[in-house]
Design a protein around this ligand. Structure first.
Ligand code: MRU
Length: 365
């Protein structure tokens, strides 16, 4: 997607041929700054501190990080250590394990001298495939939005609610939940997006809104608790969200608060679709309750980050210093509350049977 007039992906090999560049998402929407990663440790810190985030981008960053590790040492012990270090960064998004298994599995069969080049080729494939898959998710989601637009019979824009940032910043390009939005907007379908701010880190207010503004998509940021009210008022035609891990059984783990949106959508007859590439399905789990939920620093709840009126980045406390806070980062929406999954292979009905039918090759392991 474009920033100004320049097309960016979220991750690419550095100009020196031995490092990796990413967009530092901790500074957005206030500053657009590239961060250079020179070591696997740099990549792990970037994932853990959420300079890069979003399930598909976490996977791609781990793959490029593996390349950085292999440039320093590519023996078997270095392979094991690199996999373990990357896996320990964030527990919930399954694309991390998926990407590491893919790279590790392919390099294992090679001589150490061949591993660095092979790791770069694999990381490039993972990034290219993610961009292509997200583009295809958008194509299939566009059909859905086109149908909704027709059903509205010209009665105003299609109003879409989204949670967190499942945008191009969370992937290599296009985004998952935003790809249908960008493609529908580009096709001339009138749209308006309700953007959940997504406390505590405000990925909606800071990242999704920044993306939509950059692409000229009409949108309004709302507090996380406004979605149910807007649905009751008939002001939401469709919910589109991403996912960090969807089980074989179809349960959807995504940013904390997604479940409440799904409940409100069901109560109000609003279609609730989850946009995901096959790499986000965990075929080893059936029940959403078995997904590890990341507990993040309570400081993300007690303090809010932003820019002051002079544009200086700052953090302010929003509660008494003696009050404890808890910070579960994800929740699980059961498959029964999901209308369907928008995937690179088309729109798939919710639940195990349809998922296995759409991805028989992946489901077989
Ligand atoms: O904690 P984050 O910001 O990494 O969480 C991201 C999300 O929950 C996204 O919705 C999800 O990764 C899907 S991204 C295409």
């Amino acid at each position: 997607m474009k920033v100004g007039d320049v097309h960016y992906r979220t991750i690419w090999p550095g100009a020196d041929g031995c490092s990796v560049d990413v967009i530092d998402q901790t500074l957005l929407p206030h500053r657009f700054q590239i961060r250079n990663l020179r070591t696997l440790d740099d990549a792990c810190v970037a994932i853990r501190d959420m300079a890069v985030r979003g399930a598909p981008l976490i996977g791609a960053t781990a793959a490029y990080g593996f390349w950085l590790a292999m440039q320093r040492s590519a023996d078997d012990a270095a392979m094991v250590a690199a996999r373990e270090a990357a896996l320990a960064t964030r527990p919930t998004a399954v694309n991390l394990r998926w990407a590491l298994d893919r790279v590790y599995g392919a390099l294992e069969t090679l001589a150490p001298a061949e591993r660095p080049d092979a790791a770069l080729a694999l990381a490039t494939d993972i990034a290219d495939e993610d961009a292509a898959n997200c583009h295809d998710i958008g194509r299939h989601g566009l059909d859905l939005i086109t149908t909704l637009h027709r059903q509205k019979g010209g009665d105003g824009p299609v109003n879409i609610l989204t949670h967190c940032n499942a945008g191009w910043l969370a992937t290599v390009d296009w985004g998952t939940a935003t790809s249908p939005i960008y493609q529908a907007h580009d096709a001339g379908i009138p749209l308006h997006v309700w953007v959940d701010e997504t406390r505590p880190r405000n990925q909606g207010a800071g990242l999704t809104a920044w993306e939509l503004a950059g692409h000229g998509v009409p949108h309004t940021v709302i507090v996380d608790n406004a979605g149910g009210h807007l649905m009751q008022q008939g002001k939401v035609d469709l919910c589109l969200v991403g996912t960090d891990r969807t089980t074989r059984g179809g349960d959807v783990c995504n940013k904390i608060g997604t479940y409440l949106k799904a409940l409100a959508a069901r109560d109000n007859g609003v279609p609730f679709y989850v946009c995901l590439p096959g790499s986000t399905i965990d075929w080893t789990l059936v029940e959403g309750g078995d997904i590890p939920i990341e507990e993040r620093d309570p400081g993300e709840v007690t303090m809010v980050s932003g820019a002051d009126e002079r544009g200086a980045l700052t953090r302010v406390r929003v509660m008494p210093p003696q009050s404890p806070a808890a910070n579960p980062a994800f929740d699980v929406t059961p498959a029964r509350l999901v209308s369907g999954y928008i995937t690179e292979r088309g729109v798939v009905a919710a639940g195990r049977e349809a998922l296995e039918g759409a991805f028989p090759d992946l489901a077989a392991g």
